[in-house]
Write a protein that binds this ligand. Structure first.
Ligand code: GUN
Length: 294
């Protein structure tokens, strides 16, 4: 078997086209959706992610306002900026790029963001609402993974989804999304993590396997059931003297080996990554609509 490659860029483009139409309607009604982006420090990967998010805003008609702060910014100054953005009625979404420099209390910053502007879905109020099955902002990567699966024609209902990774950003919200009683969820979910014994025994039982741990090539072909759908969330930089920048990006899945066993697989790059950005646009449009009482 050779897996179908799930094209995240193409599916993200569909989502972005829908957002663009929604933004156009809001603008016609006199409202310009606006996302505030905050980057503390100069980490090259974070700079690239924020740049990508801002370019995508432009593509769909969302205004982005960037706040660049030095790595030495005290936590209190960052909290003050977040409070100002909370109070600004022209700002509908706030994105503080993670990770923050050492010494900054990341959780305090996340909790300072107005839950109504928390387009990342990281605030405990939004995470809690997700767990309770209430209307909320779902964090962008888990939301993007579900869109990717469904828009590729796969169902989650009744399927066994095995998630490797229990982060607050991916594993935990994804688990909570998938167990909801809903035609677009209704999965049986196993969550594996660093404390799991015999990881392969679990991953081999997956109809849908999601790898989100940040370890290059952790998932080999022997860990995947023939015919499974494999979603690779990892974005790992590995040294490569042949590559123009001296490194290349690889996922958590050994793509070349697993593609010979799986029914479908997401590549890195070009799989989950573009979906994360697209869902940020979905969330920002939603925040702007809500602010307008729509
Ligand atoms: N760092 C890695 N992923 C994310 C994300 O989805 N949002 C933010 N704000 N920072 C990140």
């Amino acid at each position: 078997m050779t897996a179908r490659i799930i094209d995240g860029r193409a599916i993200a483009a569909q989502v972005l086209e829908e957002v663009r139409k929604g933004v156009f309607e809001l603008r016609a009604a006199g409202l310009v959706p606006r996302l505030a982006t905050v980057l503390v420090g100069e980490d090259p990967a974070s700079r690239a992610y924020v740049g990508n998010k801002r370019r995508t805003c432009e593509q769909v008609g969302i205004e982005s306002v960037h706040h660049q702060l030095p790595a030495s910014t005290p936590g209190e100054a960052l909290l003050e900026l977040v409070r100002e953005l909370n109070e600004d009625p022209g700002v509908h979404g706030i994105l503080v790029q993670l990770p923050l420099p050492r010494g900054v209390d990341t959780q305090a910053v996340i909790e300072a963001i107005d839950p109504a502007k928390d387009v990342d879905g990281f605030h405990p109020v939004n995470l809690g609402r997700l767990v309770a099955g209430l209307e909320t902002f779902v964090s962008c990567t888990p939301a993007g993974i579900l869109e990717l699966i469904h828009r590729s024609g796969f169902e989650t209902r009744g399927r066994h989804v095995v998630i490797v990774g229990r982060s607050n950003i991916v594993g935990k919200p994804l688990m909570n999304l998938l167990v909801q009683k809903s035609p677009t969820a209704d999965a049986t979910v196993t969550v594996c993590h660093s404390g799991t014994r015999d990881l392969a025994e679990h991953t081999r039982r997956a109809d849908i396997l999601v790898a989100a741990v940040g370890r290059p090539h952790l998932i080999g072909a022997d860990m995947v059931r023939s015919g499974a759908v494999v979603v690779d969330v990892g974005i790992n930089r590995v040294a490569d003297a042949q590559a123009p920048r001296g490194h290349r990006l690889v996922g958590d899945v050994d793509f070349e080996a697993v593609r010979r066993r799986a029914a479908a697989i997401t590549p890195v790059p070009g799989g989950v990554g573009p979906m994360t950005v697209a869902m940020l646009m979905v969330n920002t449009l939603k925040a702007a609509r809500r602010a307008a009482g729509l």
